[in-house]
Design a protein around this ligand. Structure first.
Ligand code: HEM
Length: 355
């Protein structure tokens, strides 16, 4: 499909599909031709709040929103989280050492990013369980859970407005560009976006690493012997088993993409996972090479919407996988375990991973 028709219209859905590296890169980054904003619902609940967040906005509005949130979510602040992430990883792995077995997704890769984001946002520990339930609700599209979470965040935002604390919500309330602050709906959208964008994605990055090591045992042995290979291993997992497989855009004008004219208003799906296996960009794309260099994968997107959480995801992966290599040297996926894929066109991973 990628080599025969890298850009094609699906006859059933009418959706345009982009498969090749160059086409995906252009679709993600050329915001004048491919809009993130058109056709998104607006309104007052958690799902629609997401539609008014930065990920669903085009420049110039996107630029303003992004610089507002960048003030509260800087790489330096992310680096400062390392000791706390290390502590959380230790706690989660200690539980495993006590019981001797675990579901790598449910017991480790899933709770870690949820707790980290909850703490960044300033969610009190007592509300953590409800918070987990709601974040699932938003990902699965469950309306009542999403509404509950929207109401919860709206209350929390008002509390922080009255009494600022040392957390991201207070930072977002204080941030301003040209004298302008985020309004409550935009803030709500951003909180929910962080939750959705940073949750299942990082979970799958961690679990997909184990699946890659299972596919390529020599790569596992190499990184065990040489820990300096861990960062490039993570980049290769992002390429080889991309946690986000596709992204959505709408053609903002008639646009010629690799010889195909996509009419204005058409929905477009960019296949990141396919681009990341394009032999025109990656020699031997089907080989998991933990030392691949260069590795210009598109797993975090490209252009103005490039993933804001990439430094956090990379930090969590480095701490979590480093600890797994140190503390669980005999970690193996249970032979014959049934690996149920997450039923989604967007996120790529498994629901459970018994090890
Ligand atoms: C945007 C992937 C982790 C927050 C994106 C985009 C991709 C992506 C592909 C581009 C969307 C587009 O072009 O429309 C991933 C992957 C992750 C990850 C693969 C983990 C392995 C995170 C984390 C956070 C986060 C941990 C935050 C806590 C965001 C935000 C955006 C974004 C806020 C929107 C940026 C904008 O529109 O300007 N992510 N992400 N992501 N991501 Fe991530």
């Amino acid at each position: 499909m990628r080599s025969a028709s890298p850009v094609r219209q699906d006859p059933n859905s009418g959706m345009w599909m982009v498969f090749g590296y160059d086409g995906v890169q252009r679709t993600l980054s050329d915001f004048r031709a491919f809009s993130s904003e058109r056709g998104r619902p607006r309104g007052e609940n958690a799902q629609t709040a997401l539609s008014s967040s930065i990920i669903s906005t085009d420049p110039p509005r996107h630029r303003q929103l992004r610089s507002l949130v960048e003030q509260a979510f800087t790489p330096r602040q992310v680096r400062a989280l390392e000791p706390r992430i290390t502590e959380l990883v230790d706690e989660l792995l200690s539980q495993v050492e006590r019981t001797g077995s675990m579901d790598f997704v449910q017991d480790f890769a899933y709770p870690l990013p949820v707790i980290v984001i909850a703490e960044i946002l300033g969610i009190p520990a007592a509300d953590r369980d409800a918070f987990k339930r709601w974040s699932d609700a938003v990902v699965t599209g469950d309306q009542s859970g999403s509404r509950e979470m929207g109401a919860y965040f709206a209350r929390l935002i008002e509390q922080r407005r009255a009494e600022p604390a040392d957390d991201l919500i207070s930072g977002l309330l204080a941030a301003q560009v040209d004298g302008e602050h985020l309004d409550t709906q935009e803030l709500l959208g951003f909180c929910i976006l962080l939750l959705v964008a940073g949750n299942e994605t990082t979970t799958n990055l961690l679990a997909n690493t184990l699946l890659c090591w299972q596919d390529a045992p020599d790569a596992y042995e190499r990184v065990r012997a040489d820990r300096d290979l861990l960062p490039s291993t993570t980049e290769e997992v992002l390429r080889y088993r991309s946690p986000v497989q596709s992204m959505y855009r709408v053609a903002a004008q008639d646009v010629n993409l690799e010889g195909q004219v996509i009419p204005e208003g058409s929905p477009v799906l960019t296949w990141i996972g396919s681009a990341n296996r394009d032999p025109a960009q990656f020699p031997e794309p089907g080989t998991f090479d933990p030392a691949r260099s260069p590795n210009r994968h598109l797993a975090f997107g490209n252009g103005v919407h490039f993933c804001l959480g990439a430094p956090l995801a990379r930090l969590e992966a480095s701490v979590a996988l480093g600890a797994v290599l140190d503390r669980l040297p005999n970690l193996r996926i249970v032979p014959g375990a049934v690996l149920e894929p997450i039923p989604s066109q967007i996120v790529y991973g498994v629901r459970r991973l018994p090890v």
